[in-house]
Design a protein around this ligand. Structure first.
Ligand SMILES: Nc1ncnc2c1ncn2[C@@H]1O[C@H](COP(=O)(O)OP(=O)(O)OP(=O)(O)O)[C@@H](O)[C@H]1O
Ligand SMILES: [Mg+2]
Length: 306
């Protein structure tokens, strides 16, 4: 492969440590890989904590091409994705005969630096564009022709003979977004969405949620299960501003682990900890009545399950 000058932004696709592969995870992964094999970009859409980013990285590791990651950002412009002119190029000329003479010649052409998207298209890497709807649609427009015509329009200034770059056939794109953030903000991302296959993700199934809680905390199956029951009970109560996620399970499990205690032997501290963690995870503004209500529900769930 030609030297990739921009190598610093490229990640090696390696399997993630403590990654949990249940039937649910395998099914989503395999379906995604089929869509990608058929030539379509895939989009994981779902609320916070449904495993979008982790799955994107897992799928990328299966594709076995180097990975380029971009995080959507309101401030982004197209040149943040594609590249731009950065400073000048200096040429150092060392005179061999008069060794102390060091001439520095300034190359008057501004130096073009390719950014991540260009690098991915040029070398056929896997692009993960996390939370792409956070970027403004104008910044993302460049992706339309990349996904459809497999051509990337290059801004003037980059140099080269052609005004476009042919996208390498190995190029793959995986997107993630959260529909709660999408609402009303950047509707014109629709043209882009129309060019990808969207997989709607929901909270993990029971087995996967227990598996993740266990893997992240090293708690026993039995204790992980108790925690997951409490969190799922609260989620299903429908009384939260935001449904508690697997992150709540992980926080409770890790805390229990460092305390070195068990739900049953904790003298009520387990209940207090679940209330703190789950009340804070499920409300944005921290209204006292909301928090008290959630804490009340959690207290009952802890009694029931621990
Ligand atoms: N298959 C898995 N194995 C192990 N841990 C996982 C797995 N899937 C998700 N997780 C863990 O669950 C948590 C939530 O996953 P992730 O960050 O991918 O969700 P997300 O949908 O991208 O959330 P957000 O919208 O907040 O970015 C993380 O702590 C992640 O490490
Ligand atoms: Mg994420």
């Amino acid at each position: 492969m030609a030297a990739v000058e921009e190598m610093t932004t490229v990640l090696e696709p390696s399997p993630l440590s403590d990654f949990v592969e249940t039937k649910y995870v395998k099914d989503v992964t395999n379906r995604t890989l089929s869509y990608i094999k058929a030539g379509f970009p895939v989009h994981f859409r779902g609320p916070s904590g449904t495993g979008k980013t982790t799955l994107a990285m897992h799928v990328a590791s299966k594709i076995k091409r180097p990975v380029v990651m971009i995080h959507g950002d309101e401030e982004f412009t197209t040149s943040d994705l594609v590249g731009g002119e950065h400073g000048y190029r200096f040429k150092k000329v060392v005179d061999r005969f008069v060794s102390r003479v060091l001439k520095v010649e300034e190359d008057l052409v501004k130096r073009w630096v390719d950014n991540r998207l260009t690098v991915a298209c040029k070398y056929g890497f896997t692009l993960i564009y996390d939370e792409f709807t956070r970027s403004r649609p104008e910044a993302n427009n460049i992706l339309l022709s990349i996904l459809q015509e497999k051509m990337m329009d290059l801004p003037v200034g980059r140099g080269g003979e052609e005004p476009y770059l042919k996208v390498d056939p190995d190029f793959t794109a995986i997107f993630t977004s959260n529909p709660e953030e999408y609402a009303g903000v950047h509707r014109s991302q629709d043209a882009l969405r129309d060019r990808m296959i969207t997989m709607d993700l929901d909270h993990f199934d029971y087995d996967t949620e227990i598996g993740i809680t266990k893997a992240k905390s090293k708690l026993s199956e039995n204790h992980a299960e108790k925690i997951v029951n409490i969190v799922r009970g609260l989620r299903e109560s429908g009384k939260c501003e935001y449904a508690p996620t697997v992150r709540g399970c992980i926080m409770i499990a890790k805390t229990l682990k460092v305390q070195g205690t068990t739900p049953a032997k904790s003298n009520g501290s387990f209940s207090a900890m679940c209330q703190d963690i789950l009340a804070s995870e499920t409300s944005r503004v921290g209204s006292k009545t909301n928090q008290d209500r959630v804490k009340g529900i959690v207290k009952e769930l802890v009694k029931k399950y621990s």
